[in-house]
Design a protein around this ligand. Sequence first.
Ligand code: NAD
Length: 509
Amino acid sequence: ASPAFKRALSTSRPALFAAAHSSIPRTKLFINGEFIDSKTDKWIELRNPATPEELKYAADSAAEAFKTWKKTSILHRQRKMLDLQLLIRDNMDRIAHSITLEQGKTLADARGDVLRGLQVVESACAIPHMIMGDTLEVATDMDTYTIREPLGVVGGITPFNFPAMIPLWMFPLANVTGNTCVLKPSEKDPGATMILAELAKKAGIPAGVLNIVHGAKDTVNFICDNEHIKAISFVGSDQAGQYIHERGSRNGKRVQANLGAKNHGIIMPDANKNHTLNQLTGAAFGAAGQRCMALSTVVFVGKAKEWLPELVERAQKLKVSSGFEADADLGPLISPESLQRVERLIESGVKEGADLVLDGRGLKVQKYEKGNFIGPSILTNVKTDMECYREEIFGPVLVCLNADTLDEAIDIINKNPYGNGTAIFTQSGATARKFANEVDAGQVGINVPIPVPLPMFSFTGSRGSIRGDVNFYGKSGINFYTSTKTVTALWRHEDADANVSAVNMPTMK
Ligand code: NAD
């Protein structure tokens, strides 16, 4: 994305189209081990959608590659992951730079994006241990054992907000378990995925084992319908996820889909104030609130609400600027449309009676006057029927509610349709334990605001934040990308039953 191309983006669609047809670099496809220029005449901003022929070429290449890839040894595939993780580490800054350029988050945050994905690749290096089956000697002449087999070609569809981490939740585990993959990154920021494809090629992942295609709904429909594709991993919004889960499932595919969120943090009056306010500020406004695990909603219990002025003070101090500026705490939103939507939701809160105690709208950032910036914003006295509470805002906006008791606060969370993550801040072990037991969310933080599990566990969002029931990465991720075959074998030295035909259901002796 050269400066000239960025300027073209901010001017007009015809200029954009002209730009796409000039000598400015274009995002390529990665199919069958080659980086290919698409022949398409339809362009999504600077993104490169695939033509129907190219999509078919990707799926066919993946199906062909599966025939040999599935036969490689587990140690061979482990070695590829060891090589890939090293290359990702060596290229961390380059990938982070691409993320900041296209997505806007700060460089430090972009490095975190890469690191959390890298950890999944590192854990994939333990595949021989993770993929072991069960075995039982049923009798002296009989064994039953299980084998975890790859599914075939699997599809991946990713969102804009973690351009490295989320593709890395998908293709490394898919490939290391013996599958081949057709991955469609977000059309808003495909750059990081393209670098990862280059590194996968360098690591010796063979042609056709990983394929990257671009585009939006048409490409998604292709993935949902293609006969070779046996399973789909999706991460993104409710609307797209519900659609993909429904369409993919209807076509007999296994679908895991992580959707939107509205994560609540409960602040107890006995919490460590300094720790709580620091954590809350980072978790609500970091990455401009564009994290599915952002702590976007806070419930102050009792006197904890008295800390609000100090929270406002800390939020005000955050520096909003281009992600490339060394002192930036948060960058811009992904698009002008997103900015308008976030501003509208803030306004709806005001109209419905909430108090806007910090208003980040209309922020102009020096040197970047045309950026999609909005500063940290805080709405208080919010009620659960307000639109700003019901909708996932996905911007640097903290919505605050009050409760008199822990029970009341838990009840608010459990009545919210989403179940991605939640957190409590308290110094009481008994309070924390009650919260962990009674709260109905998939990922619980205790004095930890964004409890995204490390890759030896799984990402366990629940209720409205997930469709399908097999989670991403960890043991669950291995289960998603494999099916279990159970073998029951009888081996006898002397055939005692040589002349007896077994016509009944076998019974245990
Ligand atoms: P999005 O749904 O707009 O896009 C995600 C993917 O779906 C993209 O590849 C896009 O091309 C495709 N897509 C978009 N609209 C579609 C449609 N109508 N039909 C078919 N495909 C479509 O999501 P986004 O804006 O890129 O990402 C932000 C959302 O993702 C937020 O809701 C956030 O909470 C969610 N998210 C969830 C998790 C999680 O693990 N729960 C993680 C990250 C992001």
